[in-house]
Design a protein around this ligand. Structure first.
Ligand SMILES: [Zn+2]
Length: 183
């Protein structure tokens, strides 16, 4: 009787372990998928602004550029569309995550927010060393001002927004329930 109970408990343990492993694989899949989706989602910001301004664009998986060189307000707005889109997507997913707890929405918020941290860090360094912009945020800053310090401050605002959303999304993860089997 005792042996049967022991075998049953062992079997349940193995089943639980298999479930956790499956769930981890599922979560890795979700992270990879959402990271890949966040890139074209980011580029959508450029696309919408240029499309509204009737500017022909060249589109690839990770870039949307006007076919002809453009300048002025529409150029700055076109560049701003991207970070604005990523940060808004992160905020929207974060708000959904507070209503619908689970791995998917938190990770969607996290990937959209963290996506801007590296380019912003590079643009902060490029502003300090007076180099050409690295990414959208740097281009926006350079479009607004020629002062290195002001450029640094503009990029810092984008960095602060992305970092805040990253921390807020990160805090939604329940690390004590990482072994939970809910995706
Ligand atoms: Zn972009």
């Amino acid at each position: 009787m005792q042996v049967a109970a022991h075998v049953g408990a062992e079997q349940a343990g193995v089943e639980e372990e298999t479930k956790v492993k499956l769930c981890c694989t599922q979560r890795v899949g979700i992270i990879v998928l959402l990271s890949l989706v966040s890139i074209p989602l980011h580029e959508m910001g450029h696309y919408i602004v240029y499309k509204c301004a009737n500017i022909p664009v060249h589109v690839t998986f990770q870039s949307v550029h006007p076919v002809m060189p453009i300048s002025g307000l529409v150029a700055v707005l076109g560049l701003a569309g991207d970070p604005a889109f990523s940060l808004s997507a992160a905020l929207a997913c974060l708000l959904i995550a507070t209503q619908r707890p689970g791995f998917f929405w938190i990770t969607a918020a996290f990937t959209n927010a963290t996506l801007r941290l590296f380019p912003c860090t590079m643009d902060l360094l490029h502003a300090i060393y007076g180099k050409m912009p690295f990414s959208d945020e740097g281009e926006i800053a350079r479009g607004l001002t020629h002062s290195s310090f002001a450029r640094f401050l503009v990029v810092l605002c984008f960095f602060a927004a992305a970092a805040t959303l990253t921390v807020l999304a990160g805090r939604q993860y329940r690390f004590n329930s990482l072994t939970s089997t809910r995706p």
